[in-house]
Design a protein around this ligand. Structure first.
Ligand code: ZN
Length: 267
């Protein structure tokens, strides 16, 4: 899965990708800016495909071709979906170390990107939370949700004291003075973390869940996410004017915005 690309010399690209077997890698794609044959699906964030890789020197691999496995048409046509794919890839790129194979995380990102091309594309989409929680789990920073994360004691009923700094949910004694989260939101986060059916949440609860997970992630980021600026710009322009949306997105996107290339439907 392509996370990020950078120009490399005149015609090449440096590709940061998440692979199932080798974890996150950096690879040089020779003549990638010219070769439509070897890189037929393009090399944008969110592209999922089979790659031909050769181990090179100093941790830099050589990427000889990509055969796309996921139809990216939906991401190419829809700037909101494109923004979410960019967000998932940027988050992964920032937080995952190189050359540590993590097949569960690979599967989780593949699932998230795949559902993003078909399912709901909103900041409160449950599939985004599922991936963010999988990422937190992989990094060893998943919030404690079932018991008090200080004493292991039982949590109170409806409103649960919750502190990201202290590791998650707290009992009444240890959570004195801490902000609270609704039990329903913690239950949803727990269900997402362990693959159980997720209880239905209303709009307010989904926002709470988004904030709960994001606060946890934000503490781990080395730098602000550029894709956040992309969301802000798209929201500012609104849904109406397609050209204005492309222009606004192009000004801040960490990669080329699909419609801006004049090849809609293709990343
Ligand atoms: Zn406690």
């Amino acid at each position: 899965m392509v996370l990020r690309t950078l120009p490399l010399g005149e015609a090449d690209r440096l590709v940061v990708a998440l692979t199932d077997r080798h974890g996150k890698i950096r690879a040089a794609a020779r003549a990638a800016r010219r070769s439509q044959r070897r890189f037929a699906g393009g090399l944008s964030p969110g592209v999922v495909g089979r790659v031909e890789l050769h181990r090179g020197r100093a941790g830099l691999w050589r990427l000889d071709g990509v055969v796309p496995e996921l139809d990216h048409g939906a991401l190419g046509r829809d700037l909101d979906r494109f923004a979410f794919a960019t967000y998932l890839c940027e988050l992964t790129d920032q937080l995952v170390e190189e050359q540590h194979p993590e097949p569960a995380l690979f599967d989780a990102l593949a699932h998230a990107l795949s559902t993003l091309t078909q399912g709901e594309a909103s900041p409160d989409a449950i599939e985004l939370r599922r991936y963010e929680l999988a990422l937190l789990h992989q990094l060893g920073h998943a919030p404690g949700l079932e018991h008090c994360c200080v004493c292991g004691g039982a949590l109170p009923g409806d409103e649960v004291p919750f502190s990201p700094e202290r590791g998650g949910a707290l009992c009444l004694q240890h959570g004195r003075g801490a902000p609270t989260q609704p039990q329903s939101v913690l239950q949803a986060a727990l269900a997402l973390s362990c693959g159980a059916p997720v209880p239905a949440l209303d709009a307010a609860q989904r926002r709470r869940l988004r904030d709960l997970v994001f606060v946890q992630l934000r503490g781990l980021l080395r730098a602000p996410l550029r894709s956040m600026e992309l969301f802000t710009q798209l929201a500012a322009v609104g849904a109406g004017d397609a050209a204005a949306r492309v222009a606004a997105a192009s000004a801040v996107a960490p990669t080329t915005v699909p419609a801006a290339r004049g090849k809609a439907g293709r990343l």
